[in-house]
Design a protein around this ligand. Structure first.
Ligand SMILES: CC(C)(COP(=O)(O)OP(=O)(O)OC[C@H]1O[C@@H](n2cnc3c(N)ncnc32)[C@H](O)[C@@H]1OP(=O)(O)O)[C@@H](O)C(=O)NCCC(=O)NCCS
Length: 225
């Protein structure tokens, strides 16, 4: 069952939204952030928001992995932000931005997403970087390498431009990111009990710096010339 990485298209958005729901169905965060469940209304709003972003935000890239033996079914996707050149203007730095989706707990979303953004802004500021904001693999197709392919895609761009790659790892993503060469730089602890859940949820801020090997080779070549 061969996997193939492609750029996603606007027509893929409904499947991508469905896939995100499936991938996060077991997360203890889901009932806290979206206690109203994933109603048709919230799905439609999310699809609209993503379509809008597709048009307005040139830093945003959505890529997908399909299984060519399953009639091209999308089995995984990632959303990367390539904050390079003029597109650094799309870097968000305001942790007080409001998050209000149908079915969501606005206070919990503001605290969770605002808390992540506060740390992100402190670490990266407005410096060029590539940011992996979402990564999901259909639970039926996990552990086949799709996630790693999607991580590598953005890291290759970062490497080419000599900028770091950044992400905020869920517990499920942590080992995959470590294997891909990311290192922990901070942690955000979100208290689930405050919103009626159990325990806390830890998201780990991770960075992968571009390798300098190519520069060293270039310098060696200069020395030898
Ligand atoms: C995190 C997530 C995206 C990983 O996706 P994935 O497609 O399963 O990732 P990979 O297949 O590349 O790697 C997963 C594991 O499978 C292993 N693997 C990769 N290819 C494999 C293969 N052909 N055979 C067996 N195992 C394989 C990897 O080594 C990795 O092992 P590890 O978990 O012990 O580190 C997926 O678990 C997911 O969607 N989780 C829920 C949503 C989520 O938390 N997303 C991350 C947000 S930060």
């Amino acid at each position: 069952m061969p996997l193939k990485l492609l750029t996603a298209e606007p027509g893929d958005i409904p499947r991508i939204v469905q896939l995100e729901d499936e991938a996060f169905a077991d997360s203890p965060l889901t009932p806290i952030l979206f206690p109203g469940g994933k109603s048709q209304d919230s799905q439609d709003t999310y699809v609209e928001n993503l379509l809008q972003q597709w048009q307005d935000n040139s830093a945003s890239r959505t890529i997908k992995v399909i299984d060519t033996d399953l009639d091209g079914e999308i089995i995984a996707f990632a959303r990367w932000y390539i904050f390079i050149g003029d597109d650094v203007r799309f870097i968000k730095t305001d942790p007080n931005e409001r998050h209000n989706m149908p079915g969501s707990n606005e206070a919990a979303c503001n605290e969770f997403f605002g808390g992540l953004l506060k740390i992100r802004a402190r670490i990266l500021g407005r410096n060029p970087h590539c940011f992996l904001s979402t990564l999901c693999t259909d639970p039926q197709h996990q552990r086949r390498g799709a996630g790693t392919m999607l991580i590598q895609w953005g890291c290759d761009i970062a490497q080419k431009h000599g900028v770091p790659s950044f992400l905020e790892a869920s517990p499920a993503g942590l080992p995959v990111y470590q294997k891909s060469g990311f290192e922990e730089v901070d942690r955000f602890v979100f208290n689930l009990e405050k919103y009626g859940g159990e325990g806390s949820r830890v998201n780990v801020q991770m960075i992968k710096y571009p390798e300098t090997a190519s520069k060293i080779v270039q310098n060696d070549e200069k020395l030898q010339a």
